[in-house]
Design a protein around this ligand. Sequence first.
Ligand code: HSE
Length: 432
Amino acid sequence: MKKIGVAIVGFGTVGAGVAEILTKNHDLLVARTGLDISLAKIADLDITTDRGVKVDPAILCTDAFAAISDPSVDIVVELIGGIGIARKVILAAIDAGKAVVTANKKLLAECGAEIFGRAADKGVDIYFGASVGGGIPIIRVLREGLVGNAVRRINGILNGTCNYILTRMEEEGLPFDDVLADAQRLGYAEANPSLDIDGFDTAHKALILAALSYGVQIPLDSILVEGIRGLDGRDVRYAGELGFKIKLLATIAREDDGIKVFVAPTLVPKTNMLASVSGVFNAALVSCDMADDTLYYGRGAGRFPTASTVVGDIADIAMNLAAGEVRHRNVIPKTGEASALVPASEMRNAFYARLSVIDKPGSLGKFATILGNHGVSIAAAMQKQGDDKPGAVPVVVITGKAREAGVKEALAEILAAGVVAEPPVAYRILKD
Ligand code: HSE
């Protein structure tokens, strides 16, 4: 039986999960692939800490580059994360002619062109199934199951940390800071939670989905990224009263005016399937021209869900190697231009806006006029019972479809006009 050697570089949570699956389900993999896929090397700076998985101590080493060049290694699995050393490891593996598996969304979103270009030049496979959605094989779905479809739209809940925080805010009426502190205590949120709560982790994943869907490499700094930091519990409550849940949503869409990619807290109608995705779970609703709507749901992080997708990639590459093929050399064919991206300021959405209106004659008229002057029409306005500052009343406005820039300019002008007691907030509404 042909033997395929795997090197894991980065023996952390996911690395240990991959080692365990390859060991525990070895015979299952043999039966399904006809190949002996085995661990050949595990590289990490720390090889003394117990990772909770039994491996042959002889395969542990601290030199990632020595592991990569070892002749027993056919596939290099990069699970270090971040950009610096992870980028060097992947490029060294490609240069050594080894196939690569990575779960590193940040690296692919920010250095994808270099890495995919090098893999294509050297004729090696690079797989990245676990970079989006953890245990949900969404990347494989786009590449294989839906390959005959044009993607109209993907809406995704792609960050479990944020979804956990939003779910607890909604279900328990807790403030953002309290839930974040709890999430950190429970290990769901990092000590420095910025990548998650400021939306960048979701944005990295959105850029990978956009690249797969539309063949474009879009720079991170050209898309709108808003996170959930400081989300006010009043908005979660008012949105709920209006029939919505607030979710941190990635939107990847192609419409008549171009490609739209953005990440923002979004009001999702409770009737939409994404509204029932709770806690740390992820989901993606993919709308295509032929298959129409399909929904993918599962654990977006964690040792075994993420490792499961990594092992799926390893098995696929192993079969390619056995067949003498490189199947995904051009994994992200460049079929589109990033210039097709609609600038964030020109995107049009319906908005929910909350204004803490100073209770004096003419305030309502004034802010309605300012919205109108910026081309923002009011579809509904409601005065809520609230605990705003003394002398101020919360007013929630639902707008018609409006230009992003128009809404932002109007809200800034409303604040400057002195008709509100605190800065107004606005969130986009997902149409059902
Ligand atoms: N930090 C991510 C999350 C998992 O909370 O979903 C890794 O992408």
